[in-house]
Design a protein around this ligand. Structure first.
Ligand code: UDP
Length: 335
């Protein structure tokens, strides 16, 4: 289903946002991107194909202007800070950016009658797993301010549905990874903390080694198990969530993952096979707040959205990330 209206994409210049923008443009959608470029990159956007607004969601006058000028039929909300460790040491930064700032956007949406919202939520809203794989009924008990900020916004969105009919899909991502297989856009965080890019940085020599955080977990090889979901699979889920709301779908949470888990050591071995390099590894203590195992139960995404991950093998994620990292841009944007 191609929509008739404009989509407002917050954080569209970031990692998951930019891949989704590329995918939605390919599906014939019309897009306005709002990004403050704190973590996003102007170069991640095809500026000839989208309307780009450099600004911040907390700017009430700008939000009013944006909604008035473009009358978006839906908002896809990616803009957020996502460093779990930093959220523990500076919680107010996370509550201001991930919770308070979107309230300004939501107020403008209410004033202008925009009633569809696709929210980049996270499995971090669940906290420590009480059962694996995790479905949407899993208790939500976030263990850090990042997860809590996302969980609280889910609650706000439910209340907005009750009060003024805002319909939302909370897409709870597991571990986003991989890059555009064409190598045009990719993952460029500063600082980079994620496992796969750091492994590849160790492979190129950009960092001296990858440190494995914890080898004494109750898992077969002692290292943490995660469900790695390709960024392009996340992108296609956003389009399906949008079509679900266009067809009158109710507010609902949907997990996005493959249903398969891989350990840190397995990911390192696969990266060695992809790159043909021996990756220097050191073994360190556990990282605070890391549960041993996070695996998604993706059945609801199939049932409600008709979505299924296409890139289930992390080898594909690593191959596309390696292509980006060793490609013409060497894995970095100029702007
Ligand atoms: N990890 C690691 N070394 C690193 C970065 C991550 O061992 O330099 C581990 C981390 O403990 C977790 C997994 O890799 O078990 C995925 O971490 P990442 O930061 O990529 O994603 P998160 O699970 O925090 O969203």
């Amino acid at each position: 289903m191609v929509g008739t209206g404009t989509l407002l994409v917050t954080g569209g210049a970031g990692y998951i946002g930019s891949h989704t923008v590329k995918y939605l443009l390919g599906q014939g959608e019309k897009i306005v991107v709002l990004d403050n470029l704190v973590f996003g990159h102007r170069d991640a956007l095809p500026l000839d194909k989208v309307t780009f607004v450099h600004g911040d969601m907390s700017d009430a006058a700008l939000m009013d202007q944006l909604l008035a000028d473009h009358q978006p039929e839906a908002v896809l909300h990616f803009a957020a800070f996502a460093y779990v460790g930093e959220s523990v040491t500076d919680p107010l930064k996370y509550y201001r950016n991930n919770l308070a700032a979107p309230l300004v956007l939501l107020e403008a949406m209410q004033r202008h009658g925009c009633k569809r919202f696709i929210f980049s939520s996270t499995c971090a809203t669940y906290g420590n797993p009480v059962k694996v794989p995790m479905d949407e009924e899993h208790p939500q008990s976030p263990v850090n301010p990042y997860g809590a900020s996302k969980w609280m916004l889910e609650r706000v969105l439910k209340d907005c549905d009750h009060a003024w009919g805002l319909k939302s899909v909370f897409l709870r991502y597991f571990n986003a990874s991989g890059c555009d297989p064409a190598g045009e856009i990719g993952e460029d965080h500063d600082p980079e903390t994620h496992l796969i890019p750091r492994i590849l940085m160790a492979a190129t020599g950009e960092i001296s080694e990858i440190t494995v955080f914890g080898t004494d977990y109750p898992t077969p090889d002692g290292t943490c198990i995660r469900d790695y979901i390709h960024v392009n699979d996340l992108a296609s889920a956003h389009k399906l969530a949008l079509d679900y709301l266009r067809k009158g779908g109710e507010t609902t949470p949907v997990n996005l993952g493959t249903g398969r888990g891989f350990s840190v050591n397995e990911i390192i071995k696969t990266a060695e096979a992809v790159t043909g390099k021996t990756i220097p590894v050191s073994y360190g203590p556990r990282r605070a707040g890391d549960p041993p195992e996070l695996i998604c139960q993706p059945a609801k995404a199939k049932e409600v959205l008709g979505w299924e991950a296409l890139h289930k093998d992390p080898r594909e994620h690593i191959e596309s990330a390696w292509k980006w990292m060793t490609g013409p841009r060497q894995g970095r944007y100029a702007d």
